[in-house]
Write a protein that binds this ligand. Structure first.
Ligand SMILES: [Mg+2]
Length: 251
């Protein structure tokens, strides 16, 4: 282990760490389709979305920015592809639904702050910790965080769209550390993805915590993350930081 530095910076994942969608994606898509006169099952759309999103992310990583796409175009194509896979082949009928969905997902009311998130962020600030966002997200994130009253807690919001690299690419973490002027050993990242958050941050020498929700953790993940780095909820973060600093003092 490297030399011990007190933790000064916490970087945060957003989706499913601080915020979640109020309704499942399939339901949002089905409701917008209905408003435009198209009846499609929410479950079918949900399944089609997951497939379209996977394919799009694979073919055009990080919103296809290096391939000439914009994040908006990238998302409109995901919606078109989702409806196509769900059996709606009329792209002209889907185009206004895609525009509407893009707008709606940028509205704070589409999102919900997870339990304990606001109190934990306030508690961290009270301790004098600096906070920043490191998120695989597009340009809409800043306004969403502002609308939900969370933006004020963060020194800066670094999205993969702005950085040019998505997590777990080490360059997005290095960019956050550069912006904060903090060494990796003086920073900890909190997120819900083992690969993107936990391993990504650890890979650049940061401390790392994995948040998990009510669903049981994948057993392979559970075996490879030390107990003291697992957070069953955000309210476990400050005690976990105390234990980390306490164990360092005993060294
Ligand atoms: Mg997440």
């Amino acid at each position: 282990m490297g030399r011990w530095l007190p933790i000064r910076l916490l970087t945060w994942d957003v989706k499913d760490t601080l915020l979640r969608l109020r309704h499942p994606v399939g339901e949002e898509y089905a409701a917008k389709a209905r408003a435009h006169g198209l009846e499609v099952e929410a479950a079918t759309l949900g399944q089609a979305f997951r497939q379209a999103y996977r394919t799009q992310s694979h073919s055009f990583p990080n919103y296809g920015l290096s391939q000439g796409l914009t994040s908006r175009r990238w998302w409109l194509d995901v919606v078109l592809q989702t409806f196509y896979l769900a059996g709606v082949r009329d792209a002209q009928a889907v185009a206004p639904i895609a525009d509407q969905l893009y707008e709606d997902f940028s509205k704070p009311c589409t999102w919900q702050v997870l339990e304990g998130a606001a109190a934990t962020l306030r508690g961290c600030r009270k301790r004098g910790l600096r906070l920043a966002v490191v998120s695989n997200f597009d340009r809409r994130l800043e306004d969403i965080l502002t609308g939900l009253g969370l933006r004020e807690h963060f020194d800066f919001v670094l999205t993969s769209e702005a950085a040019g690299w998505p997590k777990p690419d080490p360059r997005i973490f290095h960019e956050a550390l550069r912006l904060a002027q903090v060494e990796p050993a003086g920073a900890a990242h909190i997120g819900d993805s083992y690969l993107c958050d936990y391993k990504g941050a650890q890979g650049v020498g940061m401390h790392s915590f994995l948040v998990f929700g009510p669903e049981p953790l994948d057993s392979a993940v559970k075996c490879s993350v030390p107990q003291e780095r697992l957070l069953p909820s955000l309210s476990h973060l400050l005690p976990a930081l105390d234990r980390l600093e306490g164990s360092a003092l005993e060294l």
